[in-house]
Design a protein around this ligand. Structure first.
Ligand code: UD1
Length: 419
């Protein structure tokens, strides 16, 4: 089993180039199912979830070519199956993203029902009822979602909750539907806008992406294009948190500062000196005192749930008391118990964590329970006294490319071991 071994105490210093966004590339790869002809996705991060998506597309018969720069070219004309099997869905819930485009283009789709996961039950009812509103016939049988529709028709649909992949699924279905679809209470995340930009470049007629009302005029077909994935705002925030928690100085390059407004504000509140340019963010914590901050997660443009665990780790090392409230997922506090094993002073009341900052935490063996929890433990290990061993880092590899190499480049004492 691979683990990360970290000797804490070295401030991170230097530049790090940010990769393409995991949460953008997964819907973009699903969108290639809609293209007539070949389609190429560029700036793709080498992540476990991307390899899983390639496997999923290949399993459906799609021809997938990956070049030396990890640009991914797909040709869906060879498709011969409309099924996303349990073996893949269970390792990556985002497999549900093939449901909308496969149904819209081929008239049928079968996706294994994603079960619960570590951070909560995570239902897909909104994906399904939105497709039903567009005329799909949907049944759930023997653990599979089966969807059929000769041609979807446009509809006005109000999502009862803001859902990122739900919005993306319905968007990818609506682009080939007959007539106009209006998606109300849509997610406004930058990754949704990235998908809409890509679909529009393929010939779709989408307006309002990035707002809560998205309007789609259905078209007959979409063409294959080349498209480059937007920067990963969560990876960016995680490296900046590394500088903040270790008292260092990190500049993230090829980043998108505009997508991180709420996070950068919290870094400033925490005492960091933050500067931004068109595509870079510089966070300097040298000689400054880390202060605890209150965080409440919210859909974009609010504070992202995917940065909650990293700020929890920062608060654990700060001066003062910070209250962290998780409102998106029901069970996304599992890093708390692990941080407490390192000496963190945290009181958990349901989905609220009251964190009293400590001057020193000590290294310990800890276990990652999900992707962003793993990031918080790595951050804590970088700042703690002594040795931290982070177990179950397959979670980390789902969302961070070569994390140890890039942290080493910033001066961290971290290595991957196989025991
Ligand atoms: C996406 C991101 C994930 C991020 C999350 C919230 C991807 C691949 N993953 O996940 O990193 O943490 O957004 O920003 O983009 N819900 C329902 N019914 C549904 C769908 C969702 O009740 O049909 C609920 C969920 O249980 C959750 C909330 O809505 O409580 C938001 O979830 P959602 O935005 O759908 O998360 P994902 O798209 O799975």
């Amino acid at each position: 089993m691979e683990k990360l071994v970290i000797q804490g105490g070295t401030p991170l210093e230097g530049d790090v180039v940010i990769g393409g966004a995991k949460n953008a590339v997964l819907p973009l790869l699903a969108a290639t199912l809609l293209a007539d002809g070949k389609m190429t996705i560029k700036n793709v991060p080498r992540l476990r979830d991307v390899y899983t998506t390639i496997k999923l597309l290949e399993g459906m018969g799609v021809t997938v070519e990956v070049d030396d720069d990890f640009n991914i070219t797909t040709d869906a004309s060879t498709i011969n199956s409309y099924v996303a099997p349990y073996e893949l869905v269970k390792t990556m819930r985002a497999s549900i993203l093939v449901l909308g485009p496969t149904l819209a283009r081929y008239g049928e789709s079968e996706v294994s029902l994603p079960g619960g996961c570590a951070i909560g039950s995570r239902p897909v009812n909104i994906h399904l009822s939105g497709l039903e509103a567009m005329g799909a016939d949907i049944t759930v049988h023997e653990g599979f979602i089966r969807a059929r529709a000769k041609r979807l028709r446009g509809a006005r649909y109000v999502m009862e909750k803001v859902t990122v992949t739900g919005t993306e699924n319905l968007l990818m279905a609506a682009v080939l539907a007959e007539g106009t679809t209006i998606l109300e209470n849509s997610a406004r995340e930058p990754e949704v806008t990235d998908l809409a930009d890509c679909l529009n470049a393929m010939g779709a007629k989408i307006s309002g992406a990035g707002t809560s009302t998205i309007t789609v005029e259905g078209v007959e077909r979409l063409k294959g294009i080349e498209y480059s994935v937007c920067p990963d705002r969560i990876e960016t925030g995680t490296f900046l948190a590394g500088a903040a928690i270790t008292g260092g100085h990190v500049r993230t390059l090829k980043a998108d500062p505009a997508a991180l407004d709420s996070v950068l504000q919290k870094f400033r509140d925490a005492g960091a000196y933050v500067q931004t340019g068109a595509d870079w963010i510089d966070l300097d914590m040298r000689g400054r005192t880390l202060k605890a901050v209150d965080i409440t997660t919210d859909p974009y443009p609010g504070f992202p749930t995917d940065m909650q665990a990293q700020f929890m780790a920062m608060n654990a090392f700060s001066q003062g008391i910070g209250v962290v409230v998780e409102t998106i997922f029901e069970n996304r506090m599992m890093h708390v118990a692990e941080l407490m094993r390192m000496g963190a002073n945290i009181r958990l009341e349901g989905n609220t964590a009251i964190v009293a900052g400590m001057p020193d935490l000590y290294g310990a063996p800890v276990m990652a329970t999900d992707l962003r929890a793993s990031a918080s433990l790595i951050l804590a290990g970088l700042a703690a006294n002594g040795k931290t061993v982070v177990d179950r880092i397959y979670h980390t590899d789902r969302g961070y490319e070569k994390i140890e190499e890039r942290l080493q480049h910033l001066g961290a004492n971290i290595e991957r071991v196989n025991t």
